[in-house]
Structures are given as C-alpha cells and as structure tokens.
Design a protein around this ligand. Structure first.
Ligand code: ZN
Length: 80
C-alpha cells in the first residue's frame, strides 16, 4: 500500500481529492492543483478540510477529504 497522502504535494499531486460533506452527504471531487493555488502545496489535508466550506449548507469543518488514485491512461491497449 502506498504512503498515505497527508499534504497536497504528496504523491506528486497525482491523485483526485474526493470531498464529502458530513452534514448533507454531498460528494464532489477536485484536483489538488486547484486547492494548492489557494492554500499552497505544503498545506496538510487536515487544514484543507477545515478551510473547505460548502456553499450550499454552510457547514464548515464538516468536510471529509479522501485521496483517490487517478488511473493513468494506458499508453498501450490490449490487442483484441
Ligand atoms: Zn453540505
């Protein structure tokens, strides 16, 4: 199992962040690049979660961040 991602720059930002609101259950995904632009690459995910605010339900600090591995596009395809 790869090392857990603790800050935005981990794993060369080669992942997708899933943000889940604990309050309303809304789930969305974002790229670490987007968050790093505002918060900086050295920001721990825990801080990111605290900073996230859902515009819909105004819940603050209720976001759960999960790093998802983004499947790399294959450079080759299996021959049929
Ligand atoms: Zn919400």
């Amino acid at each position: 199992m790869p090392a857990p991602i603790t800050k935005l720059s981990d794993r060369f930002a080669d992942y997708t962040l899933q943000i889940k609101c604990r309050k309303c259950g809304h789930v969305r995904t974002t790229e670490p690049h987007v968050l790093a632009k505002f918060l900086g690459w050295e920001t721990p995910l825990t801080t990111v979660a605290e900073r996230m605010r859902r515009s819909k339900c105004q819940a603050r600090g209720e976001c759960e961040l999960t790093a998802i591995n983004t499947p790399k596009p294959r450079s080759y395809r299996r021959a049929r």
